[in-house]
Structures are given as structure tokens and as C-alpha cells.
Design a protein around this ligand. Structure first.
Ligand SMILES: NC(=O)c1ccc[n+]([C@@H]2O[C@H](COP(=O)([O-])OP(=O)(O)OC[C@H]3O[C@@H](n4cnc5c(N)ncnc54)[C@H](OP(=O)(O)O)[C@@H]3O)[C@@H](O)[C@H]2O)c1
Length: 238
């Protein structure tokens, strides 16, 4: 199939832009989701080929509905847009910080997924990839020796929003399995992006994390669903 289409939310920069670039390289037409038209246009120009701008703010119901109305069929949805307002060194997030974080990282995914389900149902092999985080792993969070231990990683709002996203991933995987969907969550690893400046001196390359999303986006019918995977394809701990 070389007429496959994908949507990547928050694809104007960072890991999302790399996912869009790699999906275009695989021959897909990719809707580059961007809440700001100009930033999105620049990314589309940079990526070239099959990249198309789709203005989409995942927290804005009208924006989500308008975007969904423009896409007839979708084979791949990558819920990538995310924010972190409670960084590692900041005091724990307040109620407002939790609400803002969940609006994007959880409710945004819910709204976009529901809005694009009709288009995904027109695909012969629908795939949904939720870009989660290793910090959302309760197993790793509770392990004081792990790089994603609560004491070492991002704050409570961010990490719990990703734990909830993992739960949502399982829900959709199970409810949509009878229709042939594959729905998985990805821990892309620490990447040097605006969201995570502290990764700059470590693992770094967003393209490597993006490759993990592309693998899950292009899973064959025999591939897994309802999984949580690290960027290199190994299972991540829930
Ligand atoms: N970087 C890491 O180390 C790391 C590790 C684990 C997981 N992640 C996850 O990877 C994903 C991408 O993050 P990143 O590191 O690439 O961060 P980034 O460079 O800050 O990119 C985030 C993207 O999300 C978009 N976005 C934010 N709020 C949005 C909204 N309401 N509607 C639409 N788009 C919105 C941003 O758009 P604007 O430019 O308009 O703000 C931007 O395009 C996130 O889900 C993040 O939690 C990242």
C-alpha cells in the first residue's frame, strides 16, 4: 500500500517532526499537525514530499473537529503533542499545572482519537501510536535505582499524565482490537528537544526516538497491540 496517510500531532518540531519526516520517507502522505499555522508551514516545507499542513490544537474542540473534517481516511494516528510544565527542579505542580498538563497529554489524545476514529475505520490496517514516556511507568518510577525513578525524573503532573495515557492506550487497544486496530504506547527515551532540554548532553537524538514510533505506526497485522515499548522495540515496564 503506497497511498497510506498518517497524522502526527505536534509535528512542527521535536520528536513529532522527526516522526513525520520518517513516515514521509516511508512513502506515506503525512498530515503535519501544528497548532500554529506558520510553525507548521515551516515544518512542512522542511520535510517536503508528502507532508501536508493540518492546523490542530489538541486542547481546542473546534480545532479538533475542523481538522477531522478535512481527513477522509487515515491509516496512522500518532498522538505525539505533549507538554511538561513541572520540570525536575521546579516545585511539584499545583492543581492548575495538573489541569493544563492533562488537557494536552491526556484529554487531547482522547479528543483527537475519538474525532479521527471514523477516518481510521476507513483504513484496512489502522494503527494508533501514543507517545508516552518512561516516566509514566509505575514500575520504573518506584525503583530508586532507575533513571526514571520519581526522585530523578519529571514532576508529578507530567509523569502521571503519561501513566494515565498508558491506561488509555490499553483501553483503546482492547476495545478496537475486533476492528483490526493496533494501539500501542511508546517511551521514546530522553531526547534533546525544547520539552526536555536536560537531555541535550545525554542520549539525545530525537530521530532515534521517532524511529520507535514509526516502527509501531507500520506494524504488520501480526504485530502486537496494547503494548508499551521503548524506542528500540523492547517492552517497557508498565
Ligand atoms: N524529549 C524527551 O526526552 C521525551 C521523553 C519522553 C516522552 N516525550 C514525549 O514526546 C512528545 C514530543 O515531545 P518533544 O520532546 O518533541 O517536545 P517539543 O519539542 O516541545 O514538541 C512538543 C510538540 O507538541 C506541540 N503541542 C503542545 N501543545 C499542543 C497543543 N495543545 N496542540 C497541538 N500541539 C501541541 C508543540 O507545539 P508548539 O510548537 O506549538 O508548542 C510541539 O510541536 C511529547 O508527548 C513528550 O511528552 C519526550
Amino acid at each position: 500500500m503506497n497511498d497510506r496517510t498518517a497524522l502526527v500531532t505536534g509535528a512542527n518540531k521535536g520528536i513529532g517532526k522527526e516522526i513525520a519526516r520518517q513516515l514521509v520517507a516511508e512513502g506515506l502522505t503525512v498530515h503535519v499537525g501544528s497548532r500554529d499555522a506558520e510553525r507548521g508551514r515551516r515544518a512542512v516545507q522542511e520535510i517536503g514530499g508528502g507532508a501536508r499542513l493540518l492546523v490542530l490544537d489538541v486542547t481546542d474542540a473546534d480545532s479538533v473537529a475542523t481538522a477531522a473534517a478535512q481527513v477522509e481516511r487515515l491509516d496512522v494516528l500518532v498522538n505525539n503533542a505533549g507538554i511538561m510544565v513541572d520540570g525536575r527542579t521546579a516545585p511539584e505542580a499545583d492543581l492548575d499545572g495538573f489541569r493544563r498538563t492533562y488537557e494536552t497529554n491526556l484529554f487531547g489524545v482522547l479528543a483527537v482519537t475519538n474525532a479521527f476514529l471514523p477516518a481510521l475505520r476507513r483504513s484496512a490496517a489502522p494503527r494508533i501510536v501514543n507517545v508516552s514516556s518512561g516516566t509514566g511507568s509505575l514500575t520504573w518510577s518506584a525503583d530508586p535505582g532507575h533513571q526514571f525513578a520519581v526522585s530523578a525524573g519529571a514532576g508529578a503532573a507530567y509523569r502521571s499524565s503519561k501513566t494515565a495515557l498508558n491506561a488509555l492506550t490499553l483501553f483503546y487497544a482492547q476495545t478496537l482490537a475486533p476492528e483490526g486496530f493496533k494501539v500501542n504506547a511508546l517511551a521514546p527515551g530522553l531526547r534533546s528537544t525544547d520539552l526536555n532540554a536536560r537531555a541535550a548532553a545525554s542520549d539525545g537524538d530525537p530521530a532515534e526516538g521517532a524511529a520507535g514510533a514509526v516502527r509501531l505506526a507500520l506494524l504488520p497485522d501480526t504485530g502486537p497491540t496494547g503494548g508499551f515499548f521503548s524506542w528500540d522495540g523492547t517492552p517497557a515496564a508498565w
